[in-house]
Design a protein around this ligand. Sequence first.
Ligand SMILES: *[C@@H]1O[C@H](CO)[C@@H](O)[C@H](O)[C@H]1NC(C)=O
Ligand SMILES: *[C@@H]1O[C@H](CO)[C@@H](O)[C@H](O)[C@H]1NC(C)=O
Ligand SMILES: *[C@@H]1O[C@H](CO)[C@@H](O)[C@H](O)[C@H]1NC(C)=O
Ligand SMILES: *[C@@H]1O[C@H](CO)[C@@H](O)[C@H](O)[C@H]1NC(C)=O
Ligand SMILES: *[C@@H]1O[C@H](CO)[C@@H](O)[C@H](O)[C@H]1NC(C)=O
Ligand SMILES: *[C@@H]1O[C@H](CO)[C@@H](O)[C@H](O)[C@H]1NC(C)=O
Length: 398
Amino acid sequence: MRLLQTLAASFLLGSSLCGATGTAHKASREPIAPKVFIVSMFEPEAEAWWNIPEFDLLAHNITLPGLSPLYPDVHCTEDYEICQLITGESEINAATTVTSVAFSPLFDLTRTYFFIAGIAGVSPKKATTGSVTFARYAVQVALQYEIDIRELDSNYSTGYIPQGADYPDQYPTSIYGTEVFEVNAELRTIAADFARKANLSDSATAQAYRKHYATPSGKFKAATLGPSVLECDVATSDVYYSGNILGSAFENTTKILTNGTGDYCSTAQEDNATLEVLLRSSARKLTDFSRIIVMRTASDFDRPYPGSSAVYNLLYADQGGFSPALENIYVAGIKVIEGILDGWHTTFSAGVEPTNYIGDIFGTLGGTPDFGPGRKQALVDSGAFKKRSVSRRLSRRG
Ligand SMILES: *[C@@H]1O[C@H](CO)[C@@H](O)[C@H](O)[C@H]1NC(C)=O
Ligand SMILES: *[C@@H]1O[C@H](CO)[C@@H](O)[C@H](O)[C@H]1NC(C)=O
Ligand SMILES: *[C@@H]1O[C@H](CO)[C@@H](O)[C@H](O)[C@H]1NC(C)=O
Ligand SMILES: *[C@@H]1O[C@H](CO)[C@@H](O)[C@H](O)[C@H]1NC(C)=O
Ligand SMILES: *[C@@H]1O[C@H](CO)[C@@H](O)[C@H](O)[C@H]1NC(C)=O
Ligand SMILES: *[C@@H]1O[C@H](CO)[C@@H](O)[C@H](O)[C@H]1NC(C)=O
């Protein structure tokens, strides 16, 4: 397997680098085995890591088939210890790009730490703009039925209803397998502790804007404080939503899908897609699902401050969080990368053993999921066995 992979790598290397903009891979033609692979979603997140004193990611640009037309290259440092891919935004781009890398024979990713490092929306109930969040669960919150609120019976609290369910607060009975991913909680805490060594950036605009979230009840107190490092979970949705009701609906979805353990605080458009690919490649021992860090820095609030509107929050407010969020990808993220490299021989080469379940709702990587209905029922609900939910769905679809 390894030999085949190496041979294939040498072969592909020869041809695929012909069109590469960068320098050719080292003469040995061993697969590239980075210690850290930074996963950026779009150019501003990627640039946060360029022209920094610690390392030069633009030393090698490697053109790889299957990457985004906007971001056709993987970038690596001179010694290939650190590489970066740029997925392009949204779930489809994330899945396609990460697949191209994870299954490429150019790389040996069996000991690589995947460091998802992007900006995100943030719940003012949990944190403020500029904050740095580390997730254990990634939840695909919009993978649901949806009815426009104007056509909804008045007794529904949201137009989102889990698939195969009748009410918004029910557990879904139609399972796709990407609803929830759980990553290594030990590693998350280690990474967050590294990040806590950083002095986070902030902006005067963000400081002024945050004050709007002060209320007598203090329900958005977290939003009024300065940026901090937190451990809380990320929602994935292609739909870029805004407002108290959708914020509350997806908070609830996170709770339901993680059986009460998930703690929704940030929202972005890619992580579940990236994690599904890393799950599938880990199932084939090409990557290691216990070596994933999901870091999201807060660029804007997911809902308006009291007295303003969801539309204003989304389209017009100058929240001031975009720049500090981008800066903090580097400011906090560099501590994580240095921590991994400094501790490579003592800790990270061998890996950090998770004590929590890691993987998906099906238990694809082994172990027993601590969320979802259990492996067997989840497979039933996916339609893999008996068609309870499918026949139900079909009967509904008429
Ligand atoms: C890699 O690409 C970047 C632009 O994306 C460029 O600035 C850099 O010089 C390239 N590196 C090499 C080695 O060609
Ligand atoms: C709302 O009321 C309708 C009609 O009584 C009922 O069928 C439906 O289940 C109710 N939905 C919720 C979410 O309570
Ligand atoms: C996204 O990933 C998280 C965990 O990382 C998981 O909890 C969630 O269900 C996933 N959502 C989707 C839609 O795939
Ligand atoms: C953070 O700022 C404080 C005070 O300015 C300084 O003492 C400390 O060294 C800084 N820490 C880092 C990691 O830069
Ligand atoms: C979320 O759950 C809470 C508690 O059950 C409920 O009061 C609220 O209406 C729900 N939010 C939405 C949008 O359904
Ligand atoms: C999660 O909640 C669902 C629905 O209530 C339940 O069927 C399932 O057994 C729970 N799973 C775990 C692991 O507790």
